[in-house]
Design a binder for this molecule. Structure first.
Ligand code: ADP
Ligand code: ASP
Ligand code: MG
Length: 406
């Protein structure tokens, strides 16, 4: 007997027929004698609609009420699955996050899970009942509903698997595993049998939304056995594992992209100590995450341009924060551009192989694609390019690193 957490994403619970398909999978695990806890997303499109309604009601809605609204989709699907399982004769019950509770911090719309009280769920499992839990939602220290950020149901599932000490956390989605690149853009992308936590973490944080970044972080920390697989086909998925579980490591495991980027250039600031602090201080105070940064010193060495990227959603707030500090910074011009995409090549093999970045730059040059900003870490190289080249760049790089499926 094993203890399994199964998570089903939005497309997998997109209508009642699909919920029946989910129920059949849950039933199969339970019939095999396993203890099953299920985490569900809202139906595909529902969360987008709920977000849109809050924006229509008020562009800057009270985040506490925003979370009440956008968390609602998950309450619908958990109840529906419990109903369908009941019809099949499979004992099951649903729980909302505050009933358990799933406790988070108070950072609305991007809350972090702190603890999950598993007593009620343990009782269900011991009684042979399937426990069904909503993804994405929790409850703050002052008793308000919170949500975990878009794609957060993955994190709910991995956190639950850790709290329940589950043998496996199966993430069922609309692709049959983790690929070398988003298979919806690069048709030649290859499915990976295994990927390291580290590479999955880097891919997720660079935009591969197949798993939420925090879910991978949590899996890594608590040694949760995560598997990504299709809810529609019975084929093996991708296992997220420790590095020593991969026998033959390729240099590059994948390519990710993120359109959620905006570039800001603060032009002609003095080249002297304190200027970077004057620019990035107000951004930090506004809780805006800065990602890539470059600084170009002018020929006379007296002035520089500083270019950086922020999430597209924070674009306007970032510009406002810089403008408010114009006197302290002392710049000549402020330029910005949201038509950019960040493309990243990722692989732990980079640590021991030279030439990875060079191949990226040459490949893009051959396609006539201009690189606007570059950043690197131990296991990734990222470039910022014009958004219109996304597909071209991804496909060319995928071939250049020998990742194309035969
Ligand atoms: P769910 O609703 O099940 O959580 P998501 O839409 O959040 O599903 O994530 C699955 C999607 O992630 C896929 O449909 C695919 O387009 C996208 N994706 C991006 N990068 C990758 C990758 N490297 N491998 C697989 N899927 C990827
Ligand atoms: N329903 C939420 C979203 O769309 C959470 C999730 O599906 O993971 O972001
Ligand atoms: Mg998702």
């Amino acid at each position: 007997m094993a203890r399994i957490v199964q998570k089903f994403g939005g497309t997998s619970v997109g209508d009642i027929e699909r919920i029946r398909n989910v129920a059949a999978r849950v039933q199969r695990e339970a019939a095999a004698g396993n203890e099953v806890a299920v985490v569900l997303s809202a139906m595909a499109g529902t969360t987008d609609q709920l977000v849109a309604w809050t924006r229509e009601a008020a562009p800057a809605a009270d985040p506490r009420e925003y979370d009440v609204v956008v968390s609602a989709g998950e309450q619908v699907t958990i109840g529906l699955l419990a109903i369908v399982l009941g019809e099949l004769g499979v004992p099951a019950r649903s729980w909302t996050s505050w009933q358990l509770p799933i406790r988070t911090d108070g950072a609305h719309a991007k809350a972090r899970i702190e603890t999950i009280d598993t007593a009620a769920l343990e009782a269900d499992l011991a009684a042979g009942r399937v426990a069904i839990v909503p993804g994405f939602q929790g409850i703050s220290p002052d008793g308000r509903i919170t949500t975990l950020g878009r794609g957060g149901s993955d994190t709910s599932a991995v956190a639950l698997a850790a709290a329940l000490n589950a043998d496996r956390c199966d993430i069922f989605t609309d692709v049959d595993g983790v690929y070398t690149c988003d298979p919806r853009i690069v048709a030649k992308a290859r499915k990976l049998e295994r990927i390291t936590y580290e590479e999955m973490l880097e891919s997720a944080s660079q935009g591969a939304k197949v798993l939420q970044t925090r879910a991978v972080e949590m899996g890594m920390k608590h040694h949760v056995r995560i598997q990504v697989l299709s809810s529609f086909e019975d084929v093996p998925g991708t296992l997220v594992v420790d590095e020593d579980e991969i026998v033959e490591q390729e240099i590059i495991s994948g390519i990710a992209y993120s359109r959620d980027e905006a570039k800001i250039t603060v032009a002609r600031v003095a080249d002297k100590p304190g200027v970077a602090a004057a620019i990035f201080g107000p951004l930090a105070d506004a809780m805006i995450n800065v990602d890539m940064i470059v600084q170009n010193v002018s020929e006379d060495g007296e002035e520089t341009d500083i270019t950086f990227t922020v999430p597209e959603g924070d674009h306007q707030r970032a510009i406002d924060a810089i403008k408010r500090s114009r006197d302290a910074i002392g710049y000549a011009r402020l330029d910005h551009d949201a038509n950019v995409v960040k493309v990243s090549v990722i692989g732990v093999g980079m640590r021991s192989h030279a030439g990875v970045a060079q191949r990226m730059f040459r490949t893009l040059a051959e396609k006539g694609i201009n690189i606007q900003v570059i950043s690197t870490s131990e296991i990734k190289v990222s470039v910022l390019i014009a958004e219109e080249y996304t597909e071209l760049a991804l496909r060319a790089l995928h071939s250049a690193y020998g990742l194309d499926a035969m």
